[in-house]
Design a protein around this ligand. Structure first.
Ligand code: IMP
Ligand code: MG
Length: 177
């Protein structure tokens, strides 16, 4: 038994998250229902896994799931490149791509992912994030589908980690307080 995890204060409980994901699923289903293109949800590993699993089950139109892992930007600047550690398995050319992210903080990661995926000529690229911290944004991201906005606090749970732990928590919270 690992007792190294710190106490977590609940900020957004599981029921609230489930209701929000249901609403997002409805909005996404409506948005894509008349599209002639195939829809693929692109989850960024590992943080998006819990959200992606719940979200995809609330989307009524047919779609594929794919995943990629990119290196964190570290101290990169806006112009720097991200490194792909695991690429998509499928070709996204001509498809509607919906990027599914756990949280957008500075926006650097997603900005670079969007630029990189755009070179593969998808029919469209949109973003769905569970959480956004708008006050931290360094680069503008057009977020079409948003779960929750939070203030500038480090949060964990529902896929979000602190040193790879806490991802399993069925709620979003603040640690160590
Ligand atoms: P960005 O490039 O600054 O937008 O960073 C996005 C990534 O940073 C997310 O995908 C998370 O992996 C991580 N991150 C940013 N804020 C938090 C947080 O509050 N908790 C956990 N991870 C975070
Ligand atoms: Mg992440």
């Amino acid at each position: 038994m690992d007792d190294s995890e710190l106490a977590v204060r609940v900020m957004i409980d599981g029921d609230t998250i489930a209701k929000r994901i249901k609403t997002l699923g409805c909005a996404i289903s409506t948005y894509y229902k008349d599209s002639q293109q195939e829809l693929v949800l692109v989850g960024l590993l590992r943080g998006s896994v819990v959200f992606m699993a719940d979200l995809c089950r609330q989307i009524e139109c047919p779609h594929e799931l794919d995943f990629m892992t990119v290196s964190s930007y570290g101290d990169n600047t806006v112009g720097g490149d991200i490194k792909i550690l695991k690429d998509l398995d499928s070709d996204i050319q001509g498809k509607d791509v919906l990027i599914v992210e756990d949280i957008i903080d500075s926006g650097y990661t997603l900005d670079k992912v969007i630029q990189m995926l755009a070179t593969r000529n998808p029919a469209s690229i949109q973003v769905c994030t569970l959480v956004s911290k708008p006050s931290r944004r360094q680069v503008a991201i057009d977020v079409r589908f948003l779960g929750f906005e939070v203030e500038d606090k480090f949060i964990v749970g529902y896929g979000l980690d602190y040193q790879q732990k806490y991802r399993h928590l069925p709620y979003i919270g603040e640690i160590g307080l």
